[in-house]
Design a protein around this ligand. Structure first.
Ligand code: C2E
Ligand code: CA
Ligand code: CA
Length: 815
């Protein structure tokens, strides 16, 4: 130790020594600043920073050594061999490169830092002793191995210590202290190394002539090193400048973004755009440094891999409610710059607007737009949930299907606004009658459902509710100063007796409703097992019929009507049949009632009307065609328009069309039916009263409207001569027709006896098997064709019913 100190004090030029130390310190400090850049960079950029760091550190250490050697004045002539001096510079740079590289092979690894320190420490010593080998003086140099070893250890210690201190070198104090330690290590190594030599003067040693003076050499070495250091600092400056302007651009862009953008590092907010600050409700300065995930942002689900879209809630500073957001996170690491390493960027999208739109859509999808009640779709879901609830709670549940009785009337008579009012009013009354957790829903049209959830016993609770519902729905509502009649039919099913699923309960309540309507409306019915079978069958028949109408599996047969006076066929009645794939030909009495119940009568009747008019239009002779109208058709205000349209389309003359209606059709809604009949008549269409005698107040009906024809029901005709009363009735009807000047037709004429009687009583027309059976359109040629050859006519007539052979028509023709 003493030796080292004496070397320093006595054998060195103090100012040059100080310069050496300053150069060493400057180089070390710069090198560790550059080093921090290198640790933050990747790939090629990292290689460039490594090169710069090694150059600055290597040349700095070398320059310090060289300057210290210039300061060394052992009192003898000294000099340097150039090869050794240059070699020592290279050794320094090379070992620095290797050492710094080793230290960062794995980030922040102690063992790497030690390995790097070892390499650099050895490098400093190697540089020193290579440099010393280039040192020439007038004497022999003797070495003291122990001190040499100590010098090497000091160098290694300085280098290792500085590397461990600097770590990744993010902070300035890390860089500065590492630089100081490094410089100390280098100095300690150097001066200890100098203490290891003893020069034994020897005049025979020749010192090479100096090329340059010490002053010039000092200046050259110091300035070259200074330039290298400046180069390193300049590179750093340029780099941070470009980074700053790039960041500035990014910030401008980020602030223009609609979404919130926030940069986090180690979970803490590093930076954010103005949209994020607005969302978070605080200025950027307040946000920076705060942890993002605890307090501000909470993810809705468990953590998943980065780079993914996730939903979260953002809690604005000082506000009670959080904002639903969507978060896209991305590791922002361009692989080159320390500023980006390990940073994560999160784009945060405010979902409030989208959520409220979604909510609106969900509401619309689950509610009926008119009444605001849950719709069919929502009912299924809510009923299923209600079943789960009562299953668990032990409460009781009933399903009430409701059908408004006078809805169609309000709709047809007073328009859709009135119809809507009836529905809205009904919904309001339903809701006023029930209380949570029971609820009401609208299935569509005038069908509603109430699901009752109660802790009272069944069926008592359901019966009480049904009674209340009937009562509340039974009073009229006022529309534009007029009373609109209201009323309802109800069907009730109970859980679990009548079904355990939503579907079964609804189906069975609907069946009970069906029964309630059947038994005269304005009542409620509980579901009963027996209802199941017959209704199920009618339902399936209705389903099949719907398909049959669509597939045109129906056909129309035509039955002739003949003038009683001469037997001449003057028209046909269209009678529909269903060609069923399994059951064969189904007669209309088996499916017309089903069609009426299910509303299928409308499309069915329209189809028959079109078919019959089209067929009749194709006949050569302008014979009349009679079409039956069901009560439902007659009560449809659109009927006259339909008939008009069919006449135009088929080209059939209105006077050839005869529409047959029954009394019951008139009584459904007297005014409307009459109104329709008048409009039909105005088209030029004829109207016949069908099944006359089976209804109630036949005479007043006949007086209320100018019918074109009366058809005496076949039940009277078949009893002529068998039952005195029937004969009297037929006579009376014929007399009535005469007095009202309305022609009468007798239906179901099967025998010659009946025919002769009717002709004698001046019945106008006859219809029945005695004239001809209903038959397909293709077989009617004999009656509808123009003037076919006589033989054909004769043969055709012979083939038809024998009962007709004695009619005057036949005789005239044959003659
Ligand atoms: P309706 O209008 O009284 O038709 C006459 C029915 O008597 C027909 O029965 C016909 O085949 C039958 N009939 C004709 N002559 C005789 C006879 O001499 N003896 C006997 N015993 N019966 C005879 P169908 O075709 O079974 O029709 C039954 C009812 O179905 C019709 O009674 C009519 O009310 C209804 N219907 C038929 N086609 C249609 C239609 O297209 N629309 C509507 N709404 N109802 C129809
Ligand atoms: Ca008829
Ligand atoms: Ca009839």
């Amino acid at each position: 130790m003493f030796k080292v100190l004496s070397v320093l004090v006595h054998e060195h030029d103090f100012r040059l020594s100080m310069l050496a130390v300053v150069v060493c310190l400057c180089a070390s400090l710069t090198a560790f600043r550059l080093y921090s850049r290198m640790t933050g960079a990747r790939g090629l950029v990292r290689g460039a920073w490594l090169l710069l760091t090694s150059l600055v550190a290597g040349s700095g250490v070398w320059a310090a050594h060289f300057l210290a050697m210039l300061a060394y004045t052992p009192g003898l002539n000294t000099g340097f061999s150039s090869t050794g001096t240059i070699a020592s510079l290279m050794v320094a740079v090379a070992f620095m490169g290797g050492g710094f590289y080793a230290s960062i092979l794995v980030d922040d690894e102690r063992s790497n830092q030690i390995a790097g320190g070892l390499l650099i420490g050895i490098g400093i010593s190697a540089m020193h002793y290579t440099g010393m080998s280039a040192f020439v003086t007038e004497g022999r140099i003797e070495w003291e191995p122990a001190i040499i070893a100590a010098s090497v250890i000091l160098g290694i210690a300085g280098a290792t210590g500085s590397l461990m201190l600097v770590g990744r070198g993010r902070r300035l104090w890390q860089q500065a202290s590492a630089g100081v330690i490094f410089a100390l290590g280098v100095s300690a190594m150097h001066y200890t190394g100098m203490g290891a030599i003893t020069i034994v003067p020897d005049a025979s040693v020749v010192v090479p002539a100096k090329l340059m003076s010490v002053g010039v050499m000092t200046f050259a070495v110091a300035s070259i090193t200074g330039l290298i250091i400046l180069g390193g600092l300049g590179a750093m400056l340029i780099e941070s400048q470009t980074t700053r302007s790039a960041l500035e651009r990014i910030r401008t862009l980020a602030n223009a973004a609609y979404e919130g953008i926030v940069v986090i590092q180690n979970g803490k907010i590093n930076d954010a755009n103005s949209a994020f600050c607005e969302l978070a409700g605080a200025p950027l300065a307040d946000l920076v440094g705060r942890p993002l995930l605890s307090g501000i942002l909470t993810f809705d689900d468990e953590l998943q891999a980065a780079d993914e879209r996730r939903e979260a809630h953002l809690q604005p500073v000082g506000e009670a409610t959080s904002i639903p957001v969507e978060v896209f996170s991305r590791l922002m690491d361009d692989g080159a710059r320390v500023e980006t390493s390990g940073l994560t960027v999160l784009a945060i999208r405010d979902l409030r607007e989208r959520r409220s739109a979604e909510e609106k859509i969900r509401y619309l999808a689950e509610h009926d737009g008119l009444t605001g009640l849950p719709n069919r779709h929502a009912l299924q879901r809510r009923l299923a949930a209600a079943l789960d609830r009562v299953e668990a709670s032990g409460e009781s549940l009933s399903v009430v299907c409701i059908d408004l009785d006078h809805f169609k009337e309000a709709n047809d008579l007073h328009g859709h606004v009135a119809g809507d009012q009836v529905l809205v009013e009904a919904a309001r009354r339903l809701q006023a009658t029930i209380s949570g957790p029971s609820f009401a829903a609208r299935l569509g049209g005038d069908e509603f459902v109430v699901v009752q959830i109660t802790d009272q016993d069944q069926p008592g609770a359901a019966a009480e509710l049904a009674g209340q519902l009937l009562e509340t729905l039974n009073s009229a509502t006022v529309f534009e100063g007029q009373d609109l009649a209201m009323g309802a039919s109800l069907g009730v099913s109970l859980y679990p007796d009548d079904g355990r699923t939503a579907e079964a309960l609804l189906t069975n309540a609907d069946m009970a409703l069906y029964r309630a309507k059947d038994s005269g409306r304005g009542a409620y019915r509980f579901f009963k097992r027996e209802m199941d079978e017959s209704i199920r069958e009618r339902r399936s028949l209705a389903r099949e019929l719907r398909q049959a109408i669509a597939d045109e599996d129906l056909i129309v047969h035509y039955q002739p009507l003949a003038r009683a006076s001469d037997g001449e066929v003057c028209g046909f009645e269209a009678l529909v049949r269903w060609k069923h794939a399994v059951r064969g030909m189904i007669p209309p009495l088996d499916f017309i009632p089903v069609a009426e119940e299910s509303g299928l009568i409308a499309p069915l009747g329209e189809w028959v009307l079109r078919r019959a008019c089209a067929d009749a239009a194709a006949w050569d002779k302008p014979l009349r065609i009679a079409v039956n109208l069901s009560p439902l058709q007659l009560n449809n205000p659109a009927l006259p328009t339909l008939v008009h349209e069919v006449l135009i389309q088929t080209g059939l003359s209105p006077s050839r069309l005869e529409l047959e209606i029954t009394e019951s059709a008139l009584f459904k809604d007297y005014q409307r039916a009459l109104d329709n009949l008048r409009r039909l008549k105005a088209l030029g269409v004829r109207i016949a009263m069908d099944d006359f005698g089976t209804g109630f107040s036949s005479l007043s009906t006949l007086q209320s409207f100018p019918f074109d024809k009366i058809k005496v029901d076949k039940s009277f005709v078949e009893n002529i001569h068998r039952d005195e009363r029937a004969t009297v009735i037929v006579r009376a009807v014929l007399g009535l027709g005469r007095s009202l000047n309305i022609p009468v037709v007798a239906e179901g004429v099967e025998t010659d006896e009946q025919r002769e009687f009717l002709r004698g009583e001046h019945c106008a027309e006859l219809q029945g098997y005695a004239i001809g059976r209903p038959a397909p359109a293709e077989t009617l040629g004999v009656w509808t064709a123009g003037e076919p050859p006589v033989e054909v006519k004769v043969r055709a007539r012979t083939a038809s019913k024998s009962a007709e052979s004695k009619t005057p028509a036949r005789r005239t023709r044959a003659a």
